[in-house]
Design a protein around this ligand. Structure first.
Ligand SMILES: Nc1ncnc2c1ncn2[C@@H]1O[C@H](COP(=O)(O)OP(=O)(O)O)[C@@H](O)[C@H]1O
Ligand SMILES: [Mg+2]
Length: 445
C-alpha cells in the first residue's frame, strides 16, 4: 500500500490508527481484568447460595417419610431461575431438585468445590457426614453476557471517538502546518523572475533550516544572474560609443575614397560594424528583458502603445505593408512596462517584415481579451526547428540579416510579464507563413 503523499493525511491516519490500536489493547486488558473480577464475584455468590440452601435441604430431606423418593421444589410463582440445584445422596440418587433443574446438565460425579462444564459453573458441597451432596449450577451464558456487555460499553465510545480523533488530528496538523503552507504558497505564487528571499516567519524549526538554505540559494542565484546581466548590459553599452565612432570614421573614409577595391573594402567594414551595432543593441535588450522590472504598477493601454509602435515603423517604406487591427471597444489595459512591451512588439514586427514574404501584408491584431497576433506569409518552418527558435542565437533558414536573438528577447519579456507565447508555422487559417500569438493575462488593477 502506498502512503498518501500529504503529511496532513498521513499524520491524521497514523494518529487515528495508533490511538485506535492502543484503545483496543487497553480494552482487551480491561475486559480480561473485568472477567476475572466478575468470575470471582459470581463464584462467591454461587458458593454462598449453596451454603444457604444446604441446611434447608437437609431439614427438608430428613423430615420426609420416604427419603428415597425424589422431590421437586414447587415454585411459589412462575419465575426464571438463574441458579438451579440438586441434592443427592452418596449413591447419586436425587433427593431434591429445584423446579427448573435439569439433572442431565449436572456433574455425574459428586464433587466438592467449584467445577465447570461447557455450559455451566458448579459448586458442590457435602453435608451430614458426607451422606448428602448438594450441587448448585449456574449457566455460563449469564457471565458471558455480562462480559460482552462490559466490552460493548467500552467499545462504543471508540466508534464515536475514532472519527473525532481523525478529524481532530487532521485539523490540528493543518493548523500546525499553516506557516508551511503559507511558505509553499509564497514560493508557488512568485514568478520565475522573482528571486527575492521568501518570508520564513512562523516556520517550524524543522523547516526553518531548509527555508533558510533556499533563501541563501536564491540570493546566490540572484547575484550570479545579476552579475551576468550587468556584464552583458555594460559591455553592450561600452561598445556603443567605439562602434559609433568607428562607423562614422568608415563612412568618412568611403566618401574620401574614389570607387574601387579599397572603397568596397571600406563598405564591407561598414556592414560589419552595423551588424556589431545591432548585436550590441539586441544584447542590451536581452539584458533588460531578463533583468525583471517588466511589470508596472500602473495599467497601460496596449492598443495605444501598439498603434504608436506601428506608426513609428511605418515611417520606413518597408513597413507600409503592416495591417493593424485593434479592438473596436478601445483600450486593452495591462500592468506592463511600456518599454518592455515596445521591445517585444518591435522584435516581432521586425521579424515579420524581415523574414516574411515581401509581397504580402503583415497582419497585426490585438483582441480585447489581450491576445496579440502577428501573422506573415512565407515558407513553413518545420516543427523541430520551430521548437528551437526561442533559444539564443538560433536561426532558421533565412537570408535576412540578424543575430538570432529576437525571439529570445521576446520570450524573456513574455516570461517576465507572466504572459504566454505560441509560435505556429503555418499560421492558423493559412497554408503557409508564420504566426506569433501572445496572450497577456489580466493582471491586478
Ligand atoms: N515572422 C517570422 N517569419 C518567418 N520566420 C521567422 C519569423 N520570426 C522568426 N523567424 C525565424 O526564427 C529565427 C529566429 O528569429 P530571431 O530570434 O528573431 O532571430 P533573427 O531575426 O535575428 O534571425 C529567424 O532566423 C527566422 O528563421
Ligand atoms: Mg529577429
Amino acid at each position: 500500500m502506498q502512503l498518501p503523499r500529504s503529511l496532513q493525511t498521513r499524520l491524521g491516519i497514523g494518529l487515528t490508527v495508533g490511538v485506535t490500536l492502543f484503545w483496543l489493547v487497553a480494552l482487551a486488558g480491561a475486559v480480561f481484568a473485568a472477567r476475572n473480577q466478575l468470575n470471582a464475584r459470581f463464584d462467591s455468590a454461587l458458593a454462598e447460595t449453596a451454603q444457604r440452601i444446604m441446611p434447608l435441604a437437609v431439614v427438608e430431606v430428613i423430615n420426609r417419610e420416604d427419603r428415597s423418593r425424589a422431590q421437586h421444589i414447587v415454585a411459589f410463582e412462575a419465575h426464571d431461575e438463574p441458579l438451579v440445584y440438586l441434592v443427592r445422596d452418596r449413591g447419586g440418587q436425587i433427593l431434591l431438585q429445584s423446579h427448573n433443574a435439569e439433572p442431565a446438565v449436572f456433574n455425574r460425579e459428586l464433587r466438592a468445590g467449584f467445577s465447570s462444564s461447557p455450559t455451566h459453573r458448579f459448586y458442590g458441597a457435602w453435608a451430614v457426614q458426607g451422606s448428602l451432596h448438594i450441587e448448585v449450577a449456574e449457566p455460563l451464558a449469564q457471565r458471558r453476557e455480562a462480559i460482552r456487555a462490559t466490552a460493548a460499553s467500552l467499545l462504543w465510545p471508540l466508534v464515536v471517538l475514532a472519527p473525532l480523533c481523525f478529524v481532530g488530528s487532521w485539523a490540528f496538523v493543518r493548523y500546525s502546518l499553516r506557516p508551511v503552507l503559507a511558505y509553499r504558497d509564497a514560493i508557488e505564487s512568485r514568478g520565475s523572475g522573482d528571486l527575492s528571499p521568501v518570508s520564513v516567519q512562523d516556520l517550524p524549526t524543522e523547516i526553518l533550516t531548509i527555508a533558510a538554505s533556499v533563501n541563501q540559494l536564491l540570493e546566490r542565484l540572484r547575484r550570479a544572474l545579476e552579475a551576468e546581466r550587468s556584464f552583458t548590459a555594460n559591455s553592450a553599452h561600452e561598445l556603443r560609443t567605439p562602434i559609433a565612432t568607428a562607423l562614422a570614421q568608415t563612412q568618412r573614409l568611403q566618401r574620401e575614397l574614389s570607387p574601387g577595391k579599397t572603397r568596397d573594402r571600406a563598405l564591407g567594414i561598414e556592414m560589419s560594424l552595423r551588424k556589431l551595432s545591432e548585436l550590441s543593441e539586441k544584447l542590451m535588450q536581452l539584458a533588460k528583458a531578463e533583468g525583471g522590472g517588466l511589470l508596472s504598477t500602473r495599467q497601460h493601454d496596449l492598443a495605444g502603445l501598439l498603434q504608436l509602435i506601428v506608426d513609428d515603423l511605418r515611417q520606413s517604406p518597408a513597413a507600409d505593408r503592416i495591417e493593424l487591427a485593434l479592438p473596436e471597444s478601445g483600450a486593452c489595459m495591462r500592468a506592463l512596462d511600456p518599454d518592455a512591451f515596445a521591445i517585444l512588439a518591435r522584435n516581432l514586427l521586425d521579424n515579420a517584415l524581415k523574414h516574411g514574404s515581401a509581397e504580402q501584408p503583415v497582419e497585426v491584431s490585438l483582441s480585447p481579451a489581450g491576445v496579440l497576433r502577428i501573422v506573415n506569409a512565407g515558407d513553413i518552418i518545420p516543427a523541430g526547428e520551430l521548437a528551437q527558435l526561442r533559444r539564443r542565437f538560433v536561426r532558421s533558414k533565412t537570408t535576412a540579416r540578424g543575430a538570432g536573438l529576437g525571439l529570445a528577447i521576446a520570450d524573456a519579456v513574455v516570461t517576465g510579464v507572466g504572459a504566454s507565447m505560441e509560435l505556429c508555422s503555418p499560421a492558423s487559417g493559412r497554408a503557409d507563413g508564420f504566426e506569433v500569438r501572445i496572450t497577456f493575462p489580466v493582471t491586478g488593477a
